[in-house]
Design a protein around this ligand. Structure first.
Ligand code: ADP
Ligand code: ZN
Length: 710
């Protein structure tokens, strides 16, 4: 095979090798044949049409449903030196005309358009004047009338085949199910096309689900502070009001969290989305309205504060994490209330019976998934008809195997409490009965005289809620149709009730800690506290701001990470780093090389600790802090953070660094303590002190007085 494709992969995109199926897909198109590609998010679909469009003569026409995404991709391509453009309604007439002229002149290799444009005769006439290398139909599942992303204009795309039969076509999607696949082939007349189905596994995503009752929000905060304090993430909630209150609450805790839901004005949504893309460490708190069209590769976590309605939704929403292939978390906390609410919503929906049955089935699958004790990834992939032979080792159940306990007796007690009270009461009432609470209502109904009254004192109310949740999830109990939350026995509970079948339930443990321990191993070389890492990120942010681009369009985290490992010394070495193509080498190599140079000691690079030691050595020699910063070419803040960790280690004393009277130190100390007691952050202490002390002062005091914090 002619290796024009490989050459473009290396020189233009800066990657050394193709991924699994990319090569074959690309060759298929270069040969002029059609392809249908099913690949998960982050799998690398874009190159599958971009490279053949560059190899083949003429312009590649990419049909993409979202204007925002289109713009993003074009800018990213231009950054890599590819001549790309888009035509859509956001352009003024003059710009459009210019692009059309460039097209006719053969100056554009890739053109992105919205599907509706293809229905205009003017556009088809324009296409007739061009040499077209291929048609790429992105997000091809939009042709599916049954999917939620249906776009009527996609139906018309079969016209491409009729009008330009000789031009190869490629349809791409990350939607996995069989029906959608068949629809794509039929509606786009791609029955003859070669089908490529990649594995839908996202190995870098760690799946974690915990039961947290009413404490989900606190659990979320702990999760973010412990593992993702400086990361971008998405938090999904079911309702607009919960989105608003959660965002506000996270902001109160010192994080940058922005709400996003259909009730906000378009401008505000756009503003929040832009901040999410362009700033570091922004958290979007959203309803499911957010996500489609977000191509941000470095979303490090997706958190659910409510149960998604189906496994499809769960897979799609969690899939927005870790597109760049680096470790990411799909985290969820849910409780009994979620289970009851979703079941009620489903029962009350006015869909027809068949629809309801399907929805119900999907919810059951989702609930079952939350309660499983085996590998989450195996179960998730199995749902999409894919087999994973071994447990994955990167989900909560794998990292810390779940204990189960024989809950048969407990279940019998719970079920009889439902039965004996007439199947008319909700969980709270039933728990009061089981734990023997003589409430007014219980006495009024005479339920304190039942045999089940007080038989469940061995468990706390919280433990009972947990048991009830699992019974409902496993369909042993049904939630009433009227929506009052009362519980009824289902047919499937009989064997358990009669003692013919044993029931084992999950033992709830602190999976959080276990999961965290496991992740340490995964992210062993994550060196975010390293001064070089920070400096590289700063350099990227600065360039991004100058060019008005999101930082990831300069370089992805993975590329920065490789810079740290390899410590390139010149342009040639820099060019070998994955993700550095010729154009970016030209534009950005010098800036990053300079940063790396400042952090070099030996050609092999250094460890994070060495930098601290170097600061410390100068400090001990009597240099003042500004001088150290200047001499080392580092920021003042970085030097202070070195000194703070030395204080924390007991290597130097606070007084050597911070020149303040005893009384002021103790004021700062007290403020820090009170702020932390309320689970607040350093910024709150800073504000509480009216900004009278620098952050680095606060950090040093914190290091001296609370060495075991963190
Ligand atoms: P998708 O469209 O399937 O969600 P993308 O095309 O955005 O995925 O690719 C995901 C990420 O993987 C991008 O950062 C892309 O640059 C990177 N990538 C794609 N192909 C390769 C490759 N062969 N080698 C290294 N990185 C790649
Ligand atoms: Zn697993």
């Amino acid at each position: 095979m002619d290796d024009a494709a490989l050459s473009i992969l290396r020189h233009t995109f800066g990657y050394s090798d193709f991924r699994l199926q990319q090569r074959e897909i690309i060759d298929t198109l270069i040969r002029g044949e059609d392809a249908v590609v099913l690949m998960p998010t982050g799998g690398g679909k874009s190159l599958c049409y971009q490279i053949p469009a560059l190899v083949r003569e003429g312009t590649g026409i990419v049909i993409s449903p979202l204007i925002a995404l289109m713009q993003d991709q074009v800018v990213a391509l231009q950054e890599q030196g590819v001549s790309a453009a888009f035509l859509n309604s956001t352009l003024d007439a003059q710009t459009s005309r210019q692009i059309e002229q460039d097209l006719v002149n053969g100056d554009i290799d890739l053109l992105y358009v919205a599907p509706e444009r293809l229905n205009t005769p003017g556009f088809i006439n324009l296409l007739r004047q061009l040499k077209i290398s291929l048609f790429a139909i992105d997000e091809a599942h939009c042709v599916s009338q049954w999917g939620h992303d249906f776009r009527p204009d996609y139906i018309q795309l079969s016209l491409l085949h009729e009008q330009f039969p000789e031009v190869p076509r490629i349809a791409l999607t990350a939607t996995a199910d069989e029906t959608t696949r068949t629809e794509i082939r039929q509606r786009l007349q791609l029955q003859q096309a070669r089908l490529f189905i990649a594995s839908f596994d996202r190995p870098n995503i760690c799946y974690r689900i915990s039961e947290s009752g009413s404490n989900a929000r606190n659990a979320l905060l702990r999760f973010i502070l412990n593992e993702h304090e400086n990361h971008a993430g998405i938090v999904y909630c079911l309702s607009r009001s919960k989105v608003e209150s959660t965002a506000r609450w996270l902001c109160d805790k010192g994080l940058t969290a922005l709400p996003y839901h259909a009730g906000l004005s378009a401008q505000l949504r756009e503003k929040h989305q832009q901040r999410f893309l362009k700033e570091d460490a922004v958290i979007i708190v959203a309803t499911i309205a957010f996500g489609m069209g977000i191509d941000k590769p470095d979303v490090r976590f997706v958190a659910h504060l409510n149960l998604p309605k189906s496994m499809e939704a769960y897979y799609q929403e969690t899939g927005r994490a870790g597109r760049d292939g680096l470790p990411a978390d799909a985290w969820m906390a849910y409780g009994l209330q979620d289970v009851i609410m979703l079941k009620q919503m489903m029962q009350q929906s006015d869909a027809d019976e068949q629809h309801k049955r399907v929805e119900h089935h999907k919810l059951e699958a989702m609930l079952g998934f939350t309660e499983i004790t085996g590998c989450r990834r195996q179960a998730l992939l199995a749902y999409f008809n894919e087999t994973l032979e071994q447990p994955c080792g990167n989900c909560d159940n794998c990292i810390k195997p779940v204990d189960t306990w024989d809950a048969t007796t407990a279940a019998q007690k719970a079920l009889s409490s439902v039965y004996r009270t007439g199947q008319r009461f909700g969980v709270n009432y039933l728990i009061d009965v089981l734990t023997g609470k003589q409430t007014e209502r219980i006495v009024q109904f005479g339920h304190d005289r039942l045999a089940v009254f007080g038989v469940g004192k061995e468990f706390t109310a919280a433990q009972w809620r947990n048991i009830f949740r699992q019974l409902i999830s496993r369909n042993l109990l049904n939630v009433d149709l009227e929506g009052h939350g009362s519980l009824r026995l289902s047919d499937s509970c009989r064997p358990v009730l009669r003692g013919e079948e044993k029931l084992f339930l999950r033992k709830e443990t602190k999976t959080e800690k276990a999961a965290r321990r496991g992740r340490k191993a995964v992210a062993a070389d994550k060196t975010e506290n390293n001064a070089l890492w920070q400096a590289l990120r700063e350099c990227r942010k600065q360039l991004a701001d100058e060019h008005n681009l999101p930082p990831y369009m300069i370089f992805h985290d993975a590329t920065l990470s490789e810079m740290m490992q390899r410590m390139p010394q010149n342009r040639e070495q820099f060019g070998r780093i994955s993700g550095v193509g010729e154009k970016k080498l030209e534009n950005y190599a010098d800036a990053f090389l300079a940063v790396i140079e400042q952090h070099r000691e030996s050609p092999g690079g250094r460890k994070a600790g060495d930098s601290i030691n170097e600061t410390l050595a100068l400090f001990r020699e009597g240099c003042d802090i500004a001088t150290i910063a200047e001499q080392r070419g580092l920021k003042l803040n970085t030097i202070y953070s070195h000194l703070a960790s030395a204080i924390e280690q007991g290597e130097i004393k606070l007084e050597q660094v911070i020149d303040l009277p005893e009384s002021e130190i103790s004021l700062i100390h007290d403020t820090l303590l009170s702020v932390y007691q309320e689970n607040k952050k350093l910024s709150d202490a800073y504000n509480a002190l009216d900004g009278g002390y620098e952050y680095h002062t606060l950090r040093c005091v914190q290091a001296a007085l609370m060495p075991d914090r963190q």
